[in-house]
Design a protein. Sequence first.
Length: 560
Amino acid sequence: MQSSLDLRLLAPGLAVAPQIEPADIVALHQAGYRAIVCNRPDGEAADQPLFAEIAKPARELGLQAHYLPAESGKVSDAQGDAFGALFDSLPKPVLAYCRSGMRSTTMWALSQAHRLSLPDIVTAAGQAGYDMQGVVRRIVNQGRTPLEVAEAEHCVVIVGAGAAGVATAASLLARYPELDVALIDPAEVHYYQPGWTLVGAGVFAPASTARTMAATIPRGAHWIKAAVAAFEPERNAVILDGCRVVRYQQLVVCPGIKLDWQAIPGLAESLGRQGVTSNYLYHLAPYTWQQVQKLRGGSAIFTQPAMPFKCAGAPQKAMYLAADHWRRSGLLERMRIDFYSAAPVLFGVPEYVPALMDYVMAYDIDLHFGHTLCAVDGPRKRASFSRVLPDGSKEILERDYELLHVVPPQVAPDFIRVSPLADAAGWVDIDPSSLRHRRYANIHGLGDAGNSANAKTAAAARKQAPVVAHNVLAALGLLDGAAQYDGYGACPLTVARGKVVLAEFTYGGKLAPNLPSWLIDGTRPSRLAWLLKARMLPALYWQGMLKGREWLATPELSER
């Protein structure tokens, strides 16, 4: 069997690898591996299979599967000891994996600190393709990373090369082409995530939403292909995995958001099987469409978690598009469709609710507000929801389903939540107008990880990036004035194939249409808004936003 596995021998009986896929388990079994260890937490990336998806086929073939996750770049001595003890106890050979293999190698290195010489550790890791010099410095310094030893220094460092990070880098270089800009991101693929709703409806092919990260990094920017472990803002330093240090003059923080699949018992084990799906994962959006086509009747449940989460309309979009397919197929009367939302209303901007309610009634959808998904029993096809009663007590309701589309709870990435940059809730603490950090004047934040009260959408990042670019250059003394962000966000609510309610608004839910109402009235479903969503916005994303072309996104300036 042909395999694309990147297995790297680290020590007798131990190999490490970047992220593996469920389909790789057969090849591992055929190669003689008897155990696998996952060192990557679930939810780090939207194209990441969960540990449960790996463990199931592994155990079916007789391989032991163990979950020993560590935050990228934050492997502790205790985790190193735990890895060593686990490895000693497992049948050999063992494969350990994480996003790139660096965490697994770091765990092994720490576990061997009292068994092997430091040159032996460096040599073994280097032969496997991993640089352990930073880890060795940490071992020598008794667990401390020496910040005076920086491997790189750049004028502007951007953490995260998703929509917000690449757009900011492109806007910076469009204004000042000679600027020394570095993007830090370990991912190899850049995704147009707004397209996944249409993948889940059979409109887009999954591959059309993906491009290599190398192809999207702006010309002139440096790409540091690594994960961030920690921030030292008092010393203008970022700590990477492997205990490497990067220094900056100005820092931009936009690492995205973490999908917290483990927060709901039973969910991670059920995803991708037993009718449980989510358009929030690249490899599951096609499964959504498969299940929608397969279902000929019965119960379909769509869930929405408590705010904040990215793209507030995405849970409804999946529901409306599925219902539209069943209506077109003559199956709608056989379906029971339920929307369980933790929110108290259908949509937070009331002007758009009447148009949405027209489709709720047309599809005969039952709405259940104030209900939070709290457990999934995949084998029994049963979902549990909690709600708070008027007297303050909690009630648990159970519902059977044939199809369950889940939007998971979402939190800031782990390395943000435990950093000095975070507010009390764990989000990057930024001024909502300037997007500058409230405590550190040379740090800005934007995108999904920020605590500004805008909708977490690509459209918001498109407006934020030019603001941050201008303000960073102003802080460097290269531009005058201050750019202001008004909280703009947009959500094309796809209510049917060919119809979209184009919601656009700023802070406080104030309507903010970009186009005149005679062309598109965002409060009413329109065919033109569908063409904008399906045809124009992807091109605007790839060729406009990520290239520093600020069409309808030029920021307003004010005097300082």
